[in-house]
Ligand binder design. Structure first.
Ligand SMILES: C[S@@+](CC[C@H](N)C(=O)[O-])C[C@H]1O[C@@H](n2cnc3c(N)ncnc32)[C@H](O)[C@@H]1O
Length: 256
């Protein structure tokens, strides 16, 4: 579990992070929703896009991280921002759209959680979720490798999550009986990242954070360098200086 989200680090790769979010949004076919919740809204990256798609909707962000919510509130002071844990959060009244980009992979027990969320949708409303399914990629295997080789394996290894997102079939079988329609698909993006040490800088904004959080400042620097050395070998820079980082993501849009 990540304890300290850093909006600046997360936003370093704004382009490739926003693309799946917009592709998810584009597939939601609800007309003129009154209430749209952005679950795990982070720094409010998507608020403007959601509002543009549905100008008449009240767009409400929900997140458990205060730094993320502060950043979101600064950008969108007129929107409602709710500090809550999605494990237990429920809207005060049934919603038209429950949208979530790159957040539910941090929560466990998807079976109970997703079915419970469907109960908080109006008939015809949509639950739209995107989660990375990239845990077997070299960037993530490298976390284990670096942790095992470090003097802090006892602290680091418990932070490594095995497969927080199940196979697509699992979600299809879980959600389909509760829905009138379910659109479910996967994409492996070939992300083109700019800058030095790009893959380690990417994971530092997300999955690697959980590991860095349990180290003190000096340890953190040493561990990050060890991890970076592995990822730089696995993802060498191309001739133009860019780094190619393949990344698989699962998408679902369920209509109640
Ligand atoms: C990778 S960021 C995604 C932010 C945003 N949805 C986007 O696509 O730019 C994941 C967000 O999920 C939030 N999050 C993680 N676990 C959560 C929980 N249990 N309850 C609420 N928010 C959570 C984090 O605070 C973080 O802001």
């Amino acid at each position: 579990m990540v304890k300290t989200w850093d909006p600046d680090q997360y936003l370093k790769f704004h382009g490739p992070r926003i693309r799946p979010a917009l592709e998810l949004l584009a597939r939601i076919e609800v007309e003129d929703p009154a209430t749209v919740y952005d679950l795990g809204c982070g720094p409010g990256n998507l608020t403007g896009f959601i509002q543009d798609k549905w100008p008449g909707a009240e767009v409400i962000g929900v997140d458990s991280s205060l730094p993320m919510l502060d950043e979101a509130r600064e950008k969108w002071p007129d929107n409602q921002w709710v500090e809550a844990d999605l494990n237990t959060w429920a809207p005060p009244a049934p919603a038209d759209v429950l949208y979530s980009n790159a957040a539910f992979q941090w929560l466990g027990d998807h079976d109970a959680l997703f079915v419970r969320l469907l109960d908080h949708l109006k008939p015809g409303g949509a639950l739209a979720i995107q989660m990375p399914r990239n845990w077997q990629a070299p960037s993530h295997v490298a976390m284990r490798e670096a942790a095992v080789a470090s003097p802090w394996a006892d602290r680091l290894l418990p932070q490594i999550r095995q497969a927080p997102v199940a196979d697509p079939e699992v979600y299809y079988d879980l959600l389909r009986p509760h829905l009138s329609a379910l659109d479910i698909w996967e994409v492996e993006y070939l992300q083109v990242l700019e800058g030095d040490n790009a893959v380690a800088e990417w994971t530092r904004g997300t999955a690697l954070r959980a590991l860095l959080d349990v180290l003190d400042a000096d340890e953190r620097e040493v561990f990050f360098d060890q991890y970076s050395a592995i990822t730089q070998k696995a993802y060498p820079k191309r001739a133009d200086g860019a780094t190619l980082y393949p990344f698989r993501r699962l998408f679902m849009v369920g209509t109640r």
